[in-house]
Design a protein around this ligand. Structure first.
Ligand code: FAD
Ligand code: NAP
Ligand code: SF4
Length: 675
């Protein structure tokens, strides 16, 4: 029995095969599925996770036919040629002792191409295309395509399949009255609406054989109007079990739902309660999902009887060795997923390959191999500034064998992450600093806190190369009265905790403006509880309504905030694709006034004088907080160069515009120091 995580490391006997532990690496599209490399990069990606000890993995969604493509020329399994490519994946995984299922996903009305189909011709609110209603013949052909894809995946060497029946994709569109308006045998009554998933399940089992894992992902909480009721979810799960499923996985929320389900503001394990409602009703294992990112949370979910297994997807982008480290009782070395979506889902939505903000190696496994080298006479390198860029550079360079001295002016590592972690809903940022702290220790970086260094010091101390990662300083806009006592910077508010009045105008509505607005309008200083989150977003924890949603009960903000920008576009337009909408809804529900086309005239005792779309206005506010971007801080650069020292500029010190932690960490990681 494992001393720390006994439930997590209990094997799961499926009858014809046994999983070594209770961790499923959940399905996640990375973009490697569509690469023209015979799936070799995808194979390397999964092989790394198999090596890390995860019990079972599921690929990103693979369509059973062309109509079901997520996007034109998306991944598909319907031909022998595709079988051969997928053999590269399964062979690599099995060589590492892992097990892998292929997810079969038909996108239905979420397909991003004009030939999309759905049970009824109803356009999804998040799609530009209206689907074609499916004929009965096409429905039967599609069921056969699912079964064919399962049989082919078995030929390709997969240990099983996952049938994607949730998140609002085709199968889910048949099940819910919201999207199924048919009047034939495939719509209307509940029995008719679930005919499609049941026929698929039966046919898949028939064609793929008995000794093949079939996971069915049931949408247990649709989070949209006219979704399934709880009674329907329960009946469907029982019927899916009877039709031959090996395991039932949990699906939470359709993609068109306006409730964040995986963003960092969602408390850990916030949806395990939904899976628990089904526990004891079935005889096959149940998997809990969403915002499970630590072994402690996973163990708690299993121990408290919420599920038989836990699914994590993004945490395996952040750290392929998650399971191995937990098993070795080294959980403090796990690079934790902070649920930011910045380098994974946001990239996928831009049509790019996913990676990970905290782990730039993710999805690059076939290119970046082991960079560790045995250096006999290591160079003495200085890294100045322990923000995300400096931390990433220092720990990587030390892992490669350099003697690294990391200098930080303040008393703690982290740079601006120490501000980010104070924003309600961004507490996960603590984990990245915990991880880097551990890597500093493990890789032997010599850390000098409370040490602001200058060029003279670095020159005198014979550093052969210097990495300047000194970050940024807040920009002070040129506005009359900007030195008025009522004007504060975001550092004053977040770092120095200066008191802020009941009426506040924020100059600048970028990522930091939004975060400061969230901070100033939040009632609770710490991470909200699951019940606070449920009431703020209208999640029906009693499950009395279809789809599990009810009226949101937003927080009463402690002050009135105006969030202002000069430019014309929608306020918050440049925030992340998969999270920006949730930040906008949060602030709107707290009555934050978001104004664009603002010109700042002056600040005086009366308040902030502005024009809005050319019309003069006075905001009679007690405070004005400046969140107007930043300027790079790189005063070390020129004198060091002049002294003939090799200097590397990274992160905010290199370029403040469009800077985020993804870029900062990646630049630190990419840095190489010559022998
Ligand atoms: P910094 O983080 O600015 O670090 C520079 C470090 O250098 C500092 O610790 C400083 O003390 C030190 N230093 C400077 N000069 C010297 C010297 N001479 N000697 C020694 N030390 C020195 N980004 C995201 O991607 N996602 C987010 O959700 C996000 N949220 C944010 C929320 C807030 C409230 C803030 C303020 C920022 C947020 N960011 C976010 C931005 C992100 O934190 C920055 O992009 C990132 O920190 C930049 O990293 P850096 O290492 O280049 O610089
Ligand atoms: P930012 O996103 O560039 O926003 C700066 C804001 O200041 C803009 O609204 C800009 O809008 C305004 N501004 C710029 N110059 C100004 C001037 N001279 N006078 C008045 N207003 C001015 O930068 P940031 O908010 O400081 O964030 C810094 C970085 O951290 C960003 O790259 C951001 O992506 C990252 N971050 C990300 C998140 C996240 O959730 N992903 C959260 C926080 C921060 P106008 O020019 O229209 O006025
Ligand atoms: Fe997690 Fe962010 Fe990495 Fe995505 S980019 S895996 S959300 S830490």
């Amino acid at each position: 029995m494992h001393p720390l995580y006994p439930h997590l490391f209990t094997p799961l006997d499926l009858g014809f095969t046994t999983l070594p532990n209770r961790v499923l690496m959940g399905s996640m599209h990375t973009g490697l599925e569509e690469k023209k490399d015979d799936l070799r990069a995808l194979a390397a990606y999964f092989a790394a996770r198999a090596r890390g000890g995860v019990g079972l993995m599921v690929t990103g969604g693979i369509s059973p036919n062309r109509q079901g493509w997520l996007a034109p020329f998306g991944a598909k399994m319907s031909t022998r040629g595709e079988v051969v490519k997928h053999q590269n994946v399964t062979t690599a995984v099995h060589a590492e002792g892992g097990k892998i299922c292929m997810q079969i996903l038909h996108a239905g009305r979420y397909s991003m191409h004009p030939l999309l189909v759905a049970p009824s011709p109803l356009k999804a609110p998040i799609s530009p295309f209206k689907p074609w209603g499916m004929s009965q013949r096409l429905i039967r052909a599609t069921i056969n395509d699912f079964a064919n894809a399962a049989a082919l995946s078995r030929e390709a060497g997969y240990d099983g399949v996952e049938i994607m029946g949730s998140e609002g994709y085709l199968i889910n569109q048949f099940i819910a009255p919201r999207t199924n308006h048919r009047r034939d045998d495939w719509g209307g009554s509940f029995e008719n609406r679930i005919r499609f998933p049941l026929e698929i399940m039966r046919k898949v089992r028939e064609k793929a054989g008995k000794d093949f894992i079939v996971i069915f992902r049931v949408s247990m909480l649709d989070l949209v109007d006219e979704g399934s009721s709880w009674e329907e979810v329960e009946q469907l799960a029982l019927a899916i079990e009877a039709a031959g499923a090996t395991i039932i996985n949990t699906g939470i929320g359709w993609h068109e739902a306006r409730v964040p389900t995986i963003a960092t503001l969602v408390p850990r394990g916030a949806y395990a309660w939904v899976t628990k409602r089904l526990m004891g009703k079935l005889s096959i294992p149940l998997i809990a999902t969403n915002r499970i990112n630590t072994p402690e949370k996973a163990e708690e979910i299993l121990r408290e009887g919420y599920a038989n297994m836990v699914s994590m997807a993004r945490p395996f982008l952040a750290d392929p060795d998650f399971v191995r480290k937990a098993q070795a009782q080294q959980a403090n070395e796990i690079n934790t997923c902070i649920a930011c979506n910045q380098a994974c889902l946001d990239q996928i939505f831009k049509g790019k390959t996913a990676s990970c903000l905290v782990n730039p190696r993710a999805c690059q496994e076939s290119q970046i191999t082991n960079r560790k080298s045995q250096i006999v006479n290591p160079k003495k390198v200085a890294v100045v500034g322990a923000g995300p860029a400096g931390l990433s550079a220092a720990t990587e360079l030390a892992a490669m064998g350099r003697e690294v001295h990391l200098f930080e002016a303040s008393g703690e590592i982290g740079g601006q992450f120490n501000l980010a972690k104070r924003i309600p809903g961004k507490e996960e940022f603590h984990e990245t600093l915990r991880y880097f702290g551990k890597m500093i220790e493990k890789n032997g970086v010599v850390l000098h806190l409370n040490t602001r260094v200058d060029a003279d010091f670095l020159i005198k101390n014979n550093f052969s190369e210097v990495v300047v990662s000194t970050g940024v300083v807040p920009r002070t806009p040129n506005i009359e009265g900007i030195d008025h006592p009522k004007v504060l910077s975001y550092l004053d508010v977040l770092l120095h905790r200066k008191p802020v009045g009941k009426t506040v105008a924020l100059i600048g509505a970028g990522g930091i403006g939004f975060d400061v607005a969230t901070f100033l309008t939040d009632q609770t200083p710490s991470h909200s509880s699951i019940s606070d989150y449920q009431s703020e977003w209208g999640i029906d924890a009693q499950y009395e309504h279809r789809g599990g949603i009810t009226k949101p009960q937003p927080e009463h903000p402690p002050r009135q905030v105006w969030l202002l920008q000069r430019s014309k576009g929608k306020v918050g337009e440049r925030l992340g694709k998969t999270t920006g909408w949730a930040h906008r809804i949060t602030l709107k529900s707290r009555n934050v006034q978001m104004w664009n086309e603002v010109e700042y005239l002056k600040v005086d005792d009366a308040g902030l004088h502005i024009t809005v779309k050319g019309l003069p206005q006075l905001l009679e506010v007690e405070n004005v907080v400046v969140c107007a971007g930043q300027e790079p801080m790189r005063e070390l650069y020129t004198p060091l160069l002049a002294a003939g020292i090799k200097v590397h500029l990274i992160g905010g010190a290199k370029e403040a515009a469009e800077l985020d932690a993804k870029r900062a960490i990646e630049e630190g990681f990419q840095l190489t120091i010559s022998e």
